[in-house]
Design a binder for this molecule. Structure first.
Ligand code: SUD
Ligand code: ADP
Length: 269
């Protein structure tokens, strides 16, 4: 069975407090984008795992697809599988690609082996694999809170906008990014901010990680500025970076030029 795990962007990201477990509470909106990996899982005589495309760091045992398979295997009698992941979404970019691969592995195994798990149960399994993973089970725009794993559906539709995502190839550790932010309660709830027209977001919707990462990596604010110069209605870093996205009304500009080593994706919502 073949499917296409997609990326997400964060529309606003507020780190509100530090939790007793060392993690942080946050508020953000996760919005799916159509930048995708490809993941095929087939029943097989023996376990086999192939990765093509971008090289994913770490041993097989650390790969989130493998971990998701092993997690379900604890509770269900799953036969060996042949997994083939074609990696396209840049890693350590704030795009949630690894989390999406994990959630799609659960979704595919559920269908392939007729496990009959509903979305709530799949989300429970996904939460065990990473804070972002559960989002990709339903894969619909949500306002997230707490550790980033409590979701409230949000009536937000970016149809008619296109998205340009620029990954400057800087790898930022999520733990390090969190470690440098001073948490603060935002003065306004996410739902109210998101109700405003997209061009208004420029003045009201922030990603707290920008405050600590932009001074350290000056290429990042330059990308954001370039997207605004090209006519973006809204631009921001996504998650803990380092990818930066711009939302454009209608088609994205065709004349955007970035250094050769940057990875650039664009598509409609
Ligand atoms: C920042 C966000 C926001 O969308 O996304 P990404 O930039 O990764 O896409 C997420 O909170 C990232 O979630 P995720 O990538 O799943 O992080 P995890 O693997 O669970 O945690 C990595 C490390 O980040 C820190 N961490 C993570 C989540 C959280 N709510 N508080 C934290 O302090 C912890 O130090 C943890 O050890
Ligand atoms: N299938 C996978 N795809 C991508 N990264 C994976 C995968 N499995 C494990 N990882 C690890 O997870 C890390 C974070 O990946 P990812 O979720 O794509 O980025 P981000 O947290 O920035 O959104 C990678 O650097 C990699 O070490």
């Amino acid at each position: 069975m073949l499917d296409f795990p997609n990326a997400k962007i964060n529309l606003g990201l507020y780190i509100t407090s530090k939790r007793p477990d060392g993690f942080h509470n946050l508020q953000s909106c996760f919005y799916p984008v159509k930048w995708c990996d490809a993941l095929e899982i087939l029943p097989s005589k023996e376990e086999r795992f192939d990765i093509t495309g971008l090289s994913v760091p770490g041993k097989l045992e650390t790969n989130l697809c493998y971990k998701a398979y092993k997690l379900l295997q604890q509770d269900f009698k799953l036969p060996p599988v042949h997994m083939h992941l074609h990696k396209v979404i840049p890693m350590g970019a704030g795009l949630g690609g690894g989390s999406s691969d994990a959630a799609f592995t659960l979704r595919i195994l559920n269908k392939l082996f007729e496990l009959d798990l509903n979305a709530d149960t799949l989300e429970e399994y996904a939460r065990k694999l990473g804070s972002d993973c559960a989002f990709f089970v339903r894969n619909k725009p949500v306002v997230v809170s707490e550790k980033g794993d409590i979701f409230q559906p949000v009536a937000l539709d970016l149809k008619g906008y296109s998205c340009v995502i620029v990954h400057p190839g800087i790898h930022i550790s999520t733990a390090e990014a969190y470690g440098n932010v001073v948490p603060e309660e935002p003065s306004c709830g996410m739902e109210i901010l998101l109700k405003q027209e997209v061009p208004v977001w420029k003045n009201i919707l922030e990603n707290d990680f920008e405050k600590v990462l932009f001074p350290k990596y000056p290429e990042l604010p330059k990308v954001k500025e370039k997207l605004y110069d090209a006519g973006a209605a809204y631009a921001s870093m996504t998650g803990s970076g380092s990818a930066v996205f711009g939302l454009f009304k209608g088609d994205a500009p065709t004349d955007l030029v970035f250094p050769n080593h940057y990875i650039v994706w664009q598509g409609l919502f």
